[in-house]
Design a protein around this ligand. Structure first.
Ligand code: ATP
Ligand code: I3P
Length: 223
């Protein structure tokens, strides 16, 4: 998770205590950001029938693919602008196009998939998966994975100098001690802890969502 900076309470709502977290995007020049809500089930065990219905209707393909895309923005070096997409757009996609159009849109700069970034995200997700495979105390509903990568790059330079950047046979993830060479240019963090519950088992809902994201990212590496 992003570094925890303590709590904060607004004088206007003294009963509400907020968590303060470091801004994950702060160190980036042109942060490209995506929010993926993880888990086929996005309502918690105490949700009312109305809330359950509302959540189920938002993005039914999440039951199969395991996650929803809430928002994204990606910097286009050629135009100097960001292209963004919101949850209304992502909810028009299905269990397949959420990868081929949704995730692909976020990871595309200058018409090319940033496979170097995808590989790095997969390495970070592996670490998160490891923690979720050993912890049996907490369940997280409607939690998000926030991905941020540096968009301020010279596309041609990247593709010439880095042989593995975008090459068709670069499906291999290749984590070295969990990290790859562009560690400073990609962040993958857990955010939005509004629905956390005690348990004595693994959080299979979160893990199912995580596996869905990992599968789709590996699919993009083969494109
Ligand atoms: N630590 C962080 N660093 C950078 N950006 C963040 C961070 N936490 C949240 N954000 C940004 O703020 C957005 C909303 O965050 P979050 O979902 O936690 O808020 P929320 O009030 O619960 O919103 P919602 O009710 O829509 O879920 C995220 O999609 C992300 O873009
Ligand atoms: O980002 P999304 O997909 O639109 O989903 C919203 C998000 O999960 C909020 O955290 C949630 O508020 P709570 O945390 O209070 O549940 C809200 O529930 P709501 O529809 O019940 O307001 C959701 O609509």
């Amino acid at each position: 998770m992003p570094k925890y900076l303590g709590t904060w309470t607004s004088p206007e709502t003294p009963g509400v205590v907020y968590m303060r977290l470091v801004d994950v995007a702060h160190k980036f020049r042109k942060p490209c950001i995506a929010d993926l809500k993880v888990g086929p089930v996005s309502y918690d065990p105490e949700a009312t029938p109305e809330k359950i219905e509302r959540e189920k209707l938002k993005f039914p393909p999440a039951l199969e693919c395991g996650y929803q895309m809430i928002g994204s923005r990606t910097y286009e070096p050629e135009t100097g602008e960001f292209h963004s997409a919101n949850k209304v757009y992502f909810r028009t996609l299905n269990k397949d196009t959420i990868a081929s159009e949704g995730l692909a849109r976020y990871f595309t700069q200058g018409g090319k998939l940033r496979k170097d970034v995808i590989r790095h995200v997969l390495c970070k997700l592996q670490e998160i998966e490891h923690w979720f495979n050993i912890q049996t105390e907490l369940m997280f509903f409607a939690m998000s994975i926030l991905i941020v990568f540096e968009g301020d790059i010279q596309l041609e330079e990247k593709s010439e100098n880095n042989q593995s950047y975008n090459s068709a046979d670069s499906n291999h993830v290749g984590c070295v001690n969990g990290y790859s060479s562009i560690d400073d240019e990609v962040e993958v963090k857990l955010i939005d802890f509004a629905h956390v519950f005690k348990t004595d088992k693994k959080d299979m809902n979160f893990l199912a969502g995580l596996y869905g994201i990992q599968m789709h990212l590996k699919m993009l590496l083969k494109m």
